[in-house]
Design a protein around this ligand. Sequence first.
Ligand code: FE2
Length: 183
Amino acid sequence: MYFKQINLSIPQIDYEQYIDKHVVSYGKNKLLSYYTLKNEAKDPIFALLPEKLRDKVDVLYCHSGSIEPNVVPHIDNGVNVSVNFYLETAGASTLFFKQKENAVATPTSNIDSTTISNTTGKVFELDQLDFVSAFKAYPGEAYILDTSKVHAVKGLELPSIRKFICIQTGKYTFNEFVKMFND
Ligand SMILES: [Fe+2]
């Protein structure tokens, strides 16, 4: 299992109003940006988490523009688990893959292409992967994603803006996190 839909919702407010600090932007065109949030917006999100997880995660607002219809298959950099609360989705689906034996990853820093404008870490060619599963999220829905597995985004309506709140951690695996979340 590479993802799991969860039955949790966050306040549907304009999180741009509550941005605290810019954390990082990725990609050649820096279209994928993460921000911290002011406490008044962050606290209701933290309150959804079991207490033992609260100091092990980051709550971030993600704003992702794209000039390409797809985000190429990739593994996130330093993040194993992401709980995404989708605010705007641009009609996109998220796909998960298994690496074939001897699949070779390319660090994104070695590629100069707008097709990787939304990615970090490592990217993969489709012929090195076997498709596993996919989901199409709608605004207001929440999913836990195993971002240590190869994943891609497909079918973005252009010009696209995706917005979501994410709770991220590199301290647990997906399975550990899901178990702690449910305990
Ligand atoms: Fe990703």
